[in-house]
Design a binder for this molecule. Structure first.
Ligand code: HEM
Length: 400
């Protein structure tokens, strides 16, 4: 692993909380150097990022061809050719169709009552704990894990291994190769077994929806279904956990004045959750990668065929041509344009509505139940979970 868990023991500048990361102003597409010395094009303006993410001439599959440059964050499950995220065109659509209906806003709204129940249960258990309480252990981790476990139909054994698998699925490349291979093979074996169980005995979970839809669709390779299940299991909780932890660190540490309105007003909580999703990145990596199949004009510049393109959603989300300056000033103000934090185009986050709902409910109910919640330590002393492309606090000690 590149850095021990405690950022203060690393050489170099201290690790900034994610809400404090600085973003350069966006500009026209420009060539940049990749960490391994290869080259790429950085795209950073709102309109240009949308263009790259919605134009089918920019694909994902070719990024994983044998002669493609190595990209940070494209290892582990994210580097698998079978992953839906790494499919283009019809191959991608065929997979995406299997679950598309399950994640529409209307379908997700029907999950709200049982998700709210899980939130309340976590909060009930928090009240019984001795203070200071660790919100990661008691809230930001168990909530998304319980939600994805129920959705995918996971048993307790699988639930206990989720964090282990996530470490390798979203590895930042710092894990030894052999260890990676073993962990990913173990994770894939879990996916194979889960699919087989649901084929034999379908339930009311999304894995069952997936096997039935895949049968109807026909011709989907089993490896792609396995990676889809595994991708949902880890992607469906890690990003929500990360977002929730980093948001709480910011709100409790630096914006305590927002807490009472957040707890009192559900509508305000929705706007605040949307703004946090828009402004607080999931990790330190910049830019989601695409491959230019042909010469393509973007923002007045020709990006040559064969280029790797990094679309920087964080910079685009701060583009002054679209968003007013000082975006952190009023956290309850609605966004001036749709956020790019869930991407755009064919690979737009499948779980965006679910993630939004979990974040809104979690923040609103936590603030309502614990109006006097405060950090027990300082934001600057936080220790970080390391080794994956996402970065979240290891502990958030609070009291009330
Ligand atoms: C705060 C929470 C989340 C954030 C910020 C987030 C962000 C994203 C982004 C930016 C992408 C597109 C990447 C790109 O085009 O380069 C994406 C894709 C995806 N997300 Fe999420 N996500 C979140 C939660 C979830 C959840 C809860 C699920 C599932 C239950 C999920 C499932 C997926 C899947 C399956 C894809 C790939 C879609 C495809 O290739 O068609 N995400 N997510």
């Amino acid at each position: 692993m590149s850095c021990p868990a405690d950022s203060r023991t690393c050489s170099g500048p201290p690790t900034l909380p994610l809400h404090r990361l600085a973003f350069d102003p966006p500009g026209p597409p420009r060539p940049v150097e990749l960490p391994d010395g290869g080259s790429a094009w950085l795209v950073s303006r709102y309109a240009d990022v949308r263009k790259v993410l919605t134009d089918s001439r920019f694909g994902r599959a070719a990024l994983h061809s044998p002669d493609a440059p190595s990209l940070s964050g494209e290892t582990g499950l994210v580097g698998s050719l079978d992953l839906m995220f790494n499919q283009d065109g019809e191959d991608h659509l065929r997979l995406r169709r299997t679950l598309r209906r399950a994640f529409t806003p209307r379908a997700v709204a029907r999950w709200r009552p049982w998700i709210a129940e899980i939130v309340e249960k976590c909060l009930d258990e928090l009240t019984d704990r001795a203070r200071p309480v660790d919100l990661v252990d008691g809230f930001t981790l168990p909530l998304p894990v319980a939600v994805i476990s129920r959705l995918m139909g996971l048993d307790d054994g699988a639930r206990d291994r989720l964090r282990h698998w996530t470490l390798y699925a979203f590895s930042d490349g710092s894990h030894p190769e052999e260890e990676m291979r073993e962990a990913l093979a173990d994770f894939a074996a879990f996916g194979v077994a889960l699919l087989a169980e649901r084929r034999k005995e379908p339930g009311d979970d999304l894995t069952s929806v997936l096997v039935l839809a895949a049968d109807e669709e026909g011709g989907i390779p089993e490896g792609q279904l396995v990676d889809l299940v595994c991708g949902l299991v880890v992607g469906g909780h890690d990003s929500t956990m990360t977002m929730l932890g980093n948001s709480l660190l910011y709100l409790l540490g630096e914006r305590p004045e927002t807490w009472s309105r957040l707890g009192a007003d559900e509508r305000a909580a929705e706007a605040l959750a949307d703004r946090l999703l828009h402004l607080v990145p999931l990790g330190d990596d910049r830019g989601t990668a695409r491959y230019a199949a042909v010469d393509t004009r973007v923002g007045g510049v020709t990006i040559p065929a064969g280029s790797v393109v990094l679309a920087d959603c964080g910079m685009a989300n701060r583009d002054p041509a679209v968003f007013p300056p000082r975006p952190f000033d009023d956290l309850f103000a609605p966004l001036a344009a749709p956020t790019l934090s869930f991407g755009a185009g064919a690979h737009y986050c499948l779980g965006a509505w679910l993630a939004r709902m979990e974040l809104q409910l979690a923040l609103h109910r936590l603030a309502a139940r614990f109006p006097r919640l405060s950090l027990a330590g300082s934001v600057d002393a936080v220790e970080w979970n390391r080794g994956t492309t996402s970065r979240s606090p290891r502990r958030i000690e609070v009291t009330w």
